[in-house]
Design a protein around this ligand. Structure first.
Ligand code: PLP
Length: 434
């Protein structure tokens, strides 16, 4: 017997109301309605409890409703909400703190509200600074849902029927090694997908390339991690070709991969690093880290946004940084990630339906297939697992280029006990599939 019969009565009523009044264009989720959450646990409106493998969508890195975070937000709400572009102590000191912890070449911080705005701003500034107009991005890439971000997307679903998309955007294959577009394996490929960039430039561009944009690992496409060294070579390629390098860390930052920023794994020095999600840990906040020499080409007023850098967002981000400093969350992310990946890799070896488990720190993907020999993607099995997990008290969601990857991204405060219980649930559900 499953632990919960879902949806419970209160969830059922609200889900019906959602269908009736919300239009149904948000993504499909497990059948319950969130009520409140704490640390790495969530309760639905019927009182059922779940271990959280979502962190919202890789947002609540410091844990749901961390007392220091909540207190900082509450304090700021009573003081000042929005002075627009007037500097505030909260904003200016946050900029300094972020400059101090990001790669050393990034010496300027532009505060905004969402990740899409941050990637959009990076591409806009790259064009303005270089005087060139072309942007190279990657198959499977996701950078948000505003105009330029959609044009840089490497998946039809993100820009479905929104054409014609902006001109000047071209895409090149990403290192999806489990399904290599060239049919090679990392031990022999010599990063063929990277070499292909030259072909893309030769065949699809006018030669006026402003920037390359990539996620360090592709989240929406299914937590696809390029092999070690791939990003450094991409950065070197950008330098050789005199184009700017945008490393979209909206999702991969703030401890998610067992380092504060993904760039640290390979000592990368991107010209732009859009940050979002974990920076506010639930309060809408984002920023673009870049270089003063690039910001200097802008006239006063060219880079602004109504709620960007508002004091509540900045107070929330300060609290997030305090918590990282006090609670060794980066280390916990690396340690718990290693444990969970080990458990899930055992599952990969035992189940024919698990094609590949991959990840770093506390962000992993479990890719489901019809059969591990054929590697045929299976949405159907993925959703059977996700729904069964909900009934056993594990909150998780689906992503992937083929819609067949379960996201493993708990808040970074998860402890060994909850990590173990959550892996037990996943294991029993997957091994129970007929
Ligand atoms: C890598 C990446 N870039 C950009 C975005 C867009 O962020 P937002 O939804 O805050 O606009 C996302 C969101 O999922 C993301 O994962």
């Amino acid at each position: 017997m499953p632990k919960y019969d879902l949806p419970g009565p209160k969830s059922a009523e609200l889900l019906e109301m959602s269908d009736r009044y919300e239009g149904g264009a948000t993504s499909r989720q497990q059948p319950f309605v969130w009520d409140h959450a704490e640390g790495a646990r969530v309760w639905d409106v019927d009182g059922n409890e779940y271990i959280d493998w979502t962190s919202g969508v890789l947002v609540t890195n410091v844990g749901h409703c961390h007392p220091h975070h909540v207190e900082a937000i509450q304090r700021q709400v009573g003081r000042l909400l929005c002075p627009y572009d007037f500097p505030t102590p909260e904003r200016v000191t946050l900029a300094r703190r972020l400059v101090e912890i990001t790669p050393p070449n990034l010496d300027a911080c532009f505060m905004i509200t969402t990740g899409s705005e941050a990637t959009e701003a990076a591409m806009r500034m790259a064009k303005r600074y270089t005087g060139r107009h072309e942007i190279i991005s990657f198959y499977g890439g996701f950078h948000g849902r505003t105009g330029m971000a959609m044009a840089a997307a490497g998946k039809q679903g993100t820009k479905y029927h929104y054409g014609p998309v902006l001109t000047g955007h071209v895409q090149s294959p990403f290192a999806y090694c489990y399904r290599c577009p060239f049919g090679l394996t990392p031990d022999v490929c010599d990063f063929k997908c990277l070499r292909f960039l030259d072909t893309v430039v030769e065949t699809q561009t006018t030669g006026d390339i402003a920037a390359v944009i990539t996620e360090p690992y592709q989240g929406g496409a299914g937590f696809i991690f390029p092999p070690e060294g791939w990003l450094s070579e991409l950065e070197a390629w950008c330098h050789e070709h005199d184009v700017l390098f945008i490393l979209d860390e909206v999702q991969s930052s703030f401890g998610r991969t067992g380092r504060m920023f993904y760039a640290e794994h390979e000592e990368l020095r991107p010209n732009f690093m859009p940050l979002g999600k974990g920076i506010g840990s639930g309060i809408p906040t984002a920023c673009l880290m870049t270089e003063q020499r690039i910001m200097e080409v802008f006239d006063r007023g060219e880079a602004s946004s109504t709620t960007g850098g508002n004091p509540v967002s900045c107070a929330a981000a300060h609290a997030v940084l305090d918590i990282f400093e006090r609670e060794n969350l980066v280390e916990n992310s690396a340690r718990m990630g290693e444990y969970m990946k080990g458990r899930l890799k055992e599952l990969e070896a035992r189940s024919n339906y698990v094609g590949e488990v991959r990840g770093r720190g506390l962000v992993m993907g479990i890719e489901f297939v019809e059969d591990s020999e054929t590697r045929e993607p299976s949405r159907e099995i993925t959703w059977r697992v996700v729904e069964a997990c909900a009934r056993e008290g594990l909150c998780c969601g689906v992503v992937g280029f083929y819609g067949n990857v379960i996201r493993v991204a708990p808040p970074l405060v998860i402890d060994r006990d909850l990590a173990e219980q959550s892996c037990d649930i996943m294991e029993s559900v997957v091994l129970g599939l007929d």
